[in-house]
Design a protein around this ligand. Structure first.
Ligand SMILES: Cc1cc2nc3c(=O)[nH]c(=O)nc-3n(C[C@H](O)[C@H](O)[C@H](O)COP(=O)(O)OP(=O)(O)OC[C@H]3O[C@@H](n4cnc5c(N)ncnc54)[C@H](O)[C@@H]3O)c2cc1C
Length: 378
């Protein structure tokens, strides 16, 4: 792939950079709820300027941006350290799934409030005993009088406490083979039959939750992609989750590396040969991540859909962010144990990077089987 930008791509990047310089919302406030509201306001601003759902087709309220423009958008947002919009799961996963598998009524009902941030979405896939092996999930949906009655438990549901809608995968056929008996629903979270309990993370935040679902109701028109087709629709969600990460993750890592270099200078450790070697290794890996992100983009350009290459980038990014923040904490020494150091927060939060969005081991299996064509383990 030719990595040189065309004049129109350069013009787009400059226009976006200038817009961000004028409209950057500043850092999130420290309080979790206030930070979320700050991101909701930011999302509305992005929407009003035509930057929300930037990659979505124009007919659905997006800009129909090219893949290169999407990559530039992610890079510029990371470069400016702009916060994520509040409805990140709706924009990255929910909307693309409804566009790919939803009917016209569903598109009409759900897409615009996803973009404006008026309705927040969460992803109800994982269960206490089904994470990597998602198709083994046990939450059941039974049809009764034209609607679905759902009972089960979900876990690690990010932003469930803020969400209006949940992308829920449930078992609708107990007798079918495990992948075949699943259906993808959009469940209204505003019902008493859905109880949300926060789970506190190592960072002190409660970003995710447990969901206890006891005979919740979902109308038949909220099935996406057809009954029994849930596995295919869920895979679309996951591929979009990983593909969405590439260019912005690489740009974010480049910035973090520069900050780490700054920290090493401040702490007077730039002559330490071990620190120098670790910094150099990180610099190599940041560049590799960038090139692989663009390689993933080339694959999407050829096939039209995100492919397994997104798994390489997610895996590399997770390991890289963990190594980078580990080095920061090593440089900080005993100060790394201070709760209010931003590096300590980043170090603690990075522990989740090799679990969220697919564990590193699962991503390696995908790369082995679907990128390298190695035989399946089982
Ligand atoms: C910050 C964060 C946010 C999240 N948000 C959401 C969300 O919004 N919605 C949602 O549905 N889920 C969410 N998750 C859950 C996440 O998707 C799961 O944690 C992940 O899929 C792993 O599942 P598990 O935790 O059940 O671990 P398990 O699947 O039980 O895995 C345990 C260990 O075994 C390894 N392992 C499992 N199977 C294999 C295999 N076949 N080969 C090799 N090794 C294997 C794993 O790599 C892991 O190390 C989130 C997780 C985190 C950390």
């Amino acid at each position: 792939m030719d990595l040189t930008l065309s004049p129109s791509e350069e013009a787009f990047r400059d226009e976006l950079r200038a817009w961000l310089a004028d409209n950057h919302p500043g850092e999130d406030p420290p309080d979790d709820d206030a930070a979320f509201e700050h991101r909701r306001v930011w999302q509305k601003k992005l929407y009003d300027a035509g930057y929300a759902g930037f990659s979505w087709p124009k007919e659905y309220g997006g800009r129909g941006a090219t893949l290169i423009e999407q990559a530039l958008f992610g890079e510029e947002m990371a470069r400016a350290k702009a916060p994520s919009p509040a409805n990140v799961l709706g924009m990255v996963m929910g909307g693309p799934v409804v566009i790919a598998h939803g009917d016209d009524t569903q598109k009409e009902r759900w897409l615009k409030p996803i973009l404006t941030g008026d309705e927040i979405w969460c992803q109800g896939f994982s269960e206490p005993e089904s994470g990597s092996d998602l198709a083994s999930l046990k939450t059941r949906a039974v049809k009764s009088n034209g609607e679905w009655v759902v009972t089960g438990q979900k876990v690690w549901t990010t932003y469930a406490h803020k969400a209006k809608w949940c992308m829920l995968v449930a078992r609708t056929d107990q007798d079918a083979q495990k992948h075949a008996g699943l259906t993808y629903f959009i469940m209204d979270m505003e019902q008493e039959e859905v109880q949300v309990r926060p789970l506190r993370q190592i960072t002190g935040e409660a970003e995710f939750n447990e969901l206890f679902i006891e005979e919740a109701r979902i109308p038949d028109e909220n099935v996406v992609g057809g009954v029994g087709n849930g596995w295919t629709v869920a895979i679309t969600t996951l591929m979009h989750e990983r593909a969405g990460l590439g260019a912005s993750a690489a740009a974010g890592m480049r910035i973090a590396l520069n900050e780490l270099g700054e920290l090493a200078r401040e702490r007077g450790v730039t002559d330490d040969p071990v620190i120098r070697q670790r910094l150099a290794q990180l610099a190599i890996e940041v560049e590799l991540l960038r090139l692989n992100a663009w390689r993933g983009l080339t694959a999407i350009m050829k096939t039209g859909i995100p492919g397994p290459e997104g798994s390489v980038v997610k895996w590399q990014w997770g390991e890289l962010n963990q190594s980078l923040t580990e080095l920061a904490v090593d440089i900080l020494g005993e100060d790394g144990a201070l709760w209010d150091s931003p590096w300590t927060y980043r170090f603690l939060r990075s522990r989740a990077n090799s679990i969220e969005g697919g564990t590193t081991e699962i991503l390696k299996n995908i790369v082995a089987e679907r990128v390298l064509g190695l035989p399946k383990l089982r």
